[in-house]
Structures are given as structure tokens and as C-alpha cells.
Design a protein around this ligand. Structure first.
Ligand code: NAD
Ligand code: AKB
Length: 322
């Protein structure tokens, strides 16, 4: 029987992924964990326990006690917060992944999921249609931790046969949860401001193009990768995946089509420099070839869906006028 432990389950991705895993495998098969006890509220009836992933012995005894068979290791510090706390970001992102990989080797666990990011790329990476394999020279501590993490995943697979799988997510945009300190967070905040009836001040430049993905596509990709037969997984560092490449102005225009009075201004801050070193678009042909990846949402479809669903999850927001 499957027992799936999720770390960082109260985060932007964790909240939605945990609900979907509970739907697919049943609530009893899930153990959601997070450092923050407040995460439990967001996860409704799904079994929850507080866990600091830096506490190796509590982590190991929980795996043992609950007879965990799979870990989705999501807990991390993202790019923007990481630049303000570089040592802490490195210790958490790197240390906790090594703990998970060691647990997988010793127990052994059946499968591990760990997300990487487009943050592994840097200024010398080809910026358009960024290939699966190319120069990676990340400039943020977050990107360095993801790059090193990818190498460790590949190493544990080659050396010890650990079935670890990974995706290099672009910026994720969801309607059900708030982002936690990334460079792509503008693309969630903007929808909230639009439905509050407030103008939005964007921290990236108007024409800063970045790869992004609507959360239902990210969840679909994650489940497809994890359900694929091991023989289909040819990349054990992390797969490029892609859905859309968009600028703040394009997101703004797509909202304007539904809310004609919405206003935006631009005040780029330190996050602009991070975004400038990331790709504009991603070549995800390996994911398409190996396990059949195909996104469902483009920008207009995502905007319509988000504006419709947001007031349900954040009741202080106005509904879209008919
Ligand atoms: P988030 O910041 O929203 O959530 C992270 C969660 O980890 C939080 O709930 C936090 O309480 C928890 N956490 C922090 N320290 C912890 C600790 N010591 N022990 C246990 N839990 C701890 O992040 P997210 O956006 O949900 O990202 C989840 C994963 O996906 C991360 O690994 C991130 O790098 C990756 N990712 C996210 C995006 C994105 O756009 N959201 C893009 C690429 C990759
Ligand atoms: C961030 O901006 O840090 C994340 C990411 C792309 O990894 N959203």
C-alpha cells in the first residue's frame, strides 16, 4: 500500500499538489507535513503533521513509524527570499534534499519527487528555447542549490538506484494558494490586485519575458512523471517543462480584456536582475518524447480560469462582473 509523505505541503505548490494526491490515492495514503502548523488548515481533512525537514532524526522516525513509501520533497526557500538569506537557503535546500536521498537509499523508499527550477540557468545559457542540456551558470543561491540538487539526484540514481524524479518548473501561477518569495510571484499578485479593484505595481519590467505555467498543468506534469514506468524516465537530473512564455504587459492585457478599468505601473526592484538571467522560453521536447508531456493552458485560458476561481478561494476578492 502507498504511503506518500509531502514536505512543504502548506506552500504554493504543496497545497494544490497535496489535495490532488489525496484525490488520486485517497486521504489515508497521504501524510502532509510542513514547518508551519498553519498549513493544516489549508489541507482540510488530509492527515497532517508538523515537520522541520532540517531535523533529520524526527524526519527518519516519521518515515519509519508511518511506513512511508514515497516522498514529495517540496520544502525550500525560493529565489527572492534566498537572496536575502543565502546561507539559510543553501542549508535548507541542499541539506534537506541530501537527508531525503539518504533516507531513500537506506529504507529503501519506492519513489522520490523533488522539484528543480528554471533558476538553474544563468546569463550564459541560451535564453530562447533553452535546451535540456546546456551551460548552467545560476547567479542566485536558490539556482545554485537547484543545480547542485539535480547533480545529487542523478548521482543517487546512478550509484544507489534511487528512483528519484524531477521537473524544472517555470514560474507557477495558481488560484488556490499564494506564492512564497519567488521572482515570478508578480504573476499571482497581479490577479489578486485586479479582483480587489486596486491598481498593481509590478516589480519586474513591462517586457520581461519568462516561462510560466498554470498550476493545474504543473500538477498534471508532476503526476504524469511520477506515474510513468521507470523505463520511460531517461533523465534523472531534472526535465525541462514548459507551457507559456509571457511578459507582465501580456498578463496585464489578458486581465484588461475581463476588467477594463484595471491599472498597472512598473517599479522594478532586485528581482528584475534575477529574472534577466533566466530563460525566456524552454525546450521541453525530452519530456514530451519520454512520458508524453503536453500542457493544456495558454495565457488567455489561464486568465479566464483564474479570474473565475480566485474569489472562491479568497472570499475577500470581488467576483468577475457578468
Ligand atoms: P513555498 O515557499 O510556497 O512553500 C514552501 C513550504 O516549505 C512552506 O509551506 C514552508 O512553510 C515550508 N518550509 C520552509 N522551511 C521548512 C522546513 N525547515 N521544514 C519543513 N517545511 C518548511 O514554495 P512553493 O512555491 O510551494 O515551492 C515548492 C517547491 O517547488 C520548492 O522546492 C520550489 O523550489 C519548487 N518550485 C516552485 C516554483 C514556483 O513557481 N512556485 C517554481 C519552480 C520550482
Ligand atoms: C522563483 O521565482 O523563485 C520560483 C521559481 C521559478 O523557481 N517561482
Amino acid at each position: 500500500m502507498d504511503k506518500i509523505l509531502i514536505t512543504g505541503a502548506g506552500g504554493q505548490l504543496g497545497t494544490e499538489l497535496t489535495h490532488m494526491l489525496a484525490q488520486v490515492y485517497g486521504k489515508k495514503a497521504i501524510l502532509a507535513t510542513d514547518l508551519s502548523p498553519e498549513a493544516e488548515e489549508k489541507l482540510e481533512e488530509i492527515p497532517f503533521q508538523t515537520l522541520d525537514v532540517m531535523d533529520q532524526s524526527s524526519f527518519a522516525s516519521l518515515i519509519h513509524k508511518e511506513k512511508v513509501t514515497q516522498i514529495y520533497h517540496l520544502a525550500a526557500i525560493l529565489s527572492a527570499t534566498g537572496e536575502n538569506h543565502p546561507q539559510k537557503a543553501w542549508r535548507l535546500n541542499m541539506g534537506s534534499l541530501l537527508t531525503v536521498l539518504e533516507l531513500a537509499r537506506e529504507k529503501p523508499l519506492q519513489k522520490i519527487y523533488w522539484p528543480s527550477s528554471i533558476a538553474v540557468f544563468g546569463p550564459n545559457t541560451p535564453r530562447h528555447n533553452t535546451p535540456q542540456s546546456c551551460i548552467q551558470d545560476p547567479q542566485t543561491v536558490y539556482g545554485i542549490s537547484k543545480q547542485a540538487g539535480e547533480r545529487w539526484c542523478s548521482y543517487y540514481h546512478l550509484k544507489y538506484g534511487v528512483d528519484v524524479r524531477s521537473l524544472r518548473y517555470p514560474g507557477l501561477i495558481g488560484a488556490k494558494s499564494l506564492p512564497g518569495g519567488g521572482t515570478t510571484d508578480y504573476a499571482v499578485e497581479i490577479y489578486h490586485k485586479a479582483l480587489e479593484g486596486q491598481p498593481y505595481t509590478c516589480f519586474l519590467k513591462k517586457d520581461q519575458e519568462l516561462p510560466m505555467m498554470y498550476m493545474p498543468d504543473a500538477i498534471k506534469a508532476t503526476l504524469s512523471l511520477m506515474e510513468a514506468d521507470a523505463s520511460q524516465i531517461h533523465i534523472r537530473s531534472s526535465y525541462n517543462i514548459s507551457a507559456m512564455s509571457i511578459t507582465p504587459d501580456q498578463v496585464y492585457q489578458s486581465i484588461l480584456a475581463h476588467l477594463p478599468g484595471f491599472e498597472i505601473s512598473y517599479e522594478p526592484d532586485y528581482r528584475q536582475a534575477i529574472a534577466e538571467n533566466w530563460p525566456c522560453s524552454i525546450d521541453d521536447s525530452k519530456a514530451r518524447e519520454d512520458w508524453g508531456w503536453k500542457p493544456s493552458f495558454d495565457l488567455p485560458r489561464m486568465t479566464e480560469d483564474i479570474l473565475y476561481h480566485l474569489p472562491h478561494y479568497f472570499p475577500h476578492l470581488h467576483e468577475l462582473p457578468n
